[in-house]
Design a protein around this ligand. Sequence first.
Ligand SMILES: Nc1ncnc2c1ncn2[C@@H]1O[C@H](COP(=O)(O)OP(=O)(O)OP(=O)(O)O)[C@@H](O)[C@H]1O
Length: 262
Amino acid sequence: MSYLELESISHYYFSEKNVTHALDEMTLKIEQGRFNSLLGPSGCGKSTLLSIIAQLIQPTEGTIKFNGTPINDQKISIGYMLQQDYLFPWKTILANVLIGPTIQGTLKKTDQQRAENLLEKIGLANISDNYPDQLSGGMRQRVALARTLMTEPALLLLDEPFSALDYQTKLILEDFVLDLLKEYRKTSLLVTHDIGEAIAMSDTIFLMDRKPGRIYQRIDVPDQVRQLSPFKARKHPEYQKLFDFIWKEMTRLEAENEPSTL
Ligand SMILES: Nc1ncnc2c1ncn2[C@@H]1O[C@H](COP(=O)(O)OP(=O)(O)OP(=O)(O)O)[C@@H](O)[C@H]1O
């Protein structure tokens, strides 16, 4: 039995004048504790799929199962990390990390302790009384990750969380985030356009095609690469081989989707 299983998910967006077929019969299985990526061209339906898994929208057709039971019949904590950190500027770093239990009115002393431990883990314990605008983009994303981990999510969805950062910060953060997620044994699904990021971080990559969006191929990253940190993985010859393969596949998919010319 898979941890998370998508069975024939299709989705259409309807407007007065148009119908967009965003996803077509998507089937995929994710195992517990693994880091997965959805990689595909713009408009292939990556964000739609994450919104469906997060139960923000209902798919037109299909079922999502968690531990073998439909996700709609269960109460599952799903964490969401986005390109923008959405930290509250008027709250301290510690208060931002505690925002979940604070809003739910369940804040306990143990939460405070857990938040402090998480801030220690992300190397920001000494500035927990600072405000978000005193932090760099990379530090802010680390706070956003700690805030998400506070909710003890059974599944973590990451929608291009590094794409607004400069390249060096992004590489440092990739290592940092993956380390932390492995330590906490989190099951994660990252959406990205970045082939290198998908290979360097993932155990498994799902390559998507578009119009309509569907899973085109499942690629298990070779052990020699996935056992390394993302920064080191980028230097491995197998990384380059896989990069070239995916590059070729994606270029071909893009070309097939171009309107034909006379
Ligand atoms: N709210 C909406 N109403 C109508 N069509 C939509 C809506 N949201 C997305 N779409 C369409 O559905 C398709 C998939 O969009 P989606 O944003 O999920 O793709 P994506 O792969 O995340 O794109 P990107 O990489 O550019 O963020 C696209 O054709 C898009 O135009």
